[in-house]
Design a protein around this ligand. Structure first.
Ligand code: FNR
Length: 363
């Protein structure tokens, strides 16, 4: 593969995936104001290096919920990977395990969470709460049994954003069944379904789509889920400090500052612009993770220096998967680790734990 620039990864993935699947991954909602701001606002922060520090040894490690990880990376939940590569989430899981990076498996994967667990190392489960609470609880039970270490509830998708590019292309991977791995294998969903997915595939997909989003999901439901599991629970998609405060009041264990890679609310604040106020509100009481716009090591350094405890990679690893399956994902991860290490050394920082706001200026 030997692709080191994000733009080169993107170009190569486009040539392999073809126009509609590629656009589904690349694009944001609306006219992509927020998608663009995620990148542009990261670039407004500049690193102000201090030299003559001893950077002969660099420590990239972090710890989350009592567990140590070699690097501050996790793989963001990305659904529908069946449209990207035949080995989809299984290839991603194997690559991440080789490198020692935890994955966050999406609710809407092309294979089941149990099949993913059989290939994966450290894993968390991302939950799109179903409009049917029995299905939601079944997913949580299954995740517990399959050895997932945390539940990540994505809160920024009460409905699908206005995905103008996919609407133009009339492309809807959810309708192709690329996101049915967990639903079709779920005993509660199967019971409610009056048909078998293998016999009446389209009807089963349509039934899944009815349950997929939960626009009525509210803080009371979060409280019920808090009671339902002892696993750490994180909320993904937090942009407002008052939601971060509420997450702590509801005894949740972490939050992920994210705007879903600019795919949901177009015109909303960039993820990096939201981060500092949330970090200040949380005051170190629970971990704050970050995604949306990470394209290179310097972006990671900026997010961590602004107070994030770890970052999630999204589109870059999906492009690696498209280009070369498991090896492609591994190469992307290896390059991100190399880049972070080099960026820290050249910025005069020898440990992730030593990154702080003094390293940055906003231009
Ligand atoms: C996503 N994202 C996402 N998030 C989530 O909680 N569950 C999901 O199933 C998906 N699916 C998904 C599909 C695709 C194609 C993309 C690009 C993204 C959002 C993802 O977890 C993460 O927040 C963003 O990808 C971060 O933005 P960047 O870094 O990719 O720009």
């Amino acid at each position: 593969m030997k692709l080191f620039h994000f733009t080169d990864l993107e170009k190569k993935a486009e040539s392999i995936l073809g126009s509609h699947p590629f656009t589904y991954i690349k694009s944001g909602s609306g006219d992509e104001e927020t998608l663009g701001d995620n990148i542009a606002d990261l670039r407004k922060w500049k690193i102000r290096p201090k030299f003559l520090q001893d950077v002969s040894k660099r420590d990239l490690s972090i710890s989350l919920f009592g567990k140590n990880y070699k690097t501050p990376y996790l793989l963001a939940p990305v659904g529908n990977l069946g449209i990207v590569h035949p080995e989809a989430e299984l290839a991603v899981s194997r690559a991440a395990k080789q490198v020692g990076v935890p994955i966050i498996a999406s609710t809407v994967t092309s294979v089941s969470m149990e099949e993913i667990a059989a290939e994966a190392g450290d894993r968390w489960f991302q939950l799109y709460c179903s409009s049917d609470m029995d299905i939601t609880l079944s997913f949580i039970r299954r995740a517990e049994q399959a050895g997932y270490g945390a539940i990540v509830i994505t809160v920024d998708m009460p409905a699908l954003g206005f995905r103008a590019s996919d609407l133009t292309n009339q492309y809807a991977p959810f309708k192709l069944g690329a996101a049915s791995g967990n639903y079709f294998s779920d005993p509660v969903f199967q019971k409610k379904l009056a048909c078998s997915p293998s016999k009446d595939f389209q009807r089963a997909v349509d039934e899944q789509l009815k349950h997929l989003f939960a626009p009525g999901f509210s803080w009371e439901d979060v409280a019920a889920l808090r009671m339902a599991t002892d696993l750490p629970i994180l909320l993904k998609g937090i942009l407002h400090p008052s939601d971060a405060k509420k997450a702590m009041e509801f005894e949740l264990d972490g939050i992920i500052v994210s705007n879903h890679g600019g795919r949901q609310l177009d015109g909303c604040i960039s993820s990096i612009a939201a981060l500092p106020a949330i970090v200040d509100e949380v005051g170190g009481r629970i971990p704050v993770l970050f995604d949306s716009g990470i394209r290179k090591g310097a972006d990671v350094v900026k997010a961590l220096a602004l107070g994030a405890d770890a970052v999630l990679l999204g589109r870059p690893y999906v492009y690696g998967l498209a280009i070369n399956g498991e090896e492609g994902v591994k190469e992307v991860l290896d390059n991100f680790i190399y880049d972070l290490d080099a960026t820290m050394a050249t910025a005069g920082v020898n440990a992730v734990s030593a990154l702080d706001r003094d390293l940055l200026v906003r231009t």
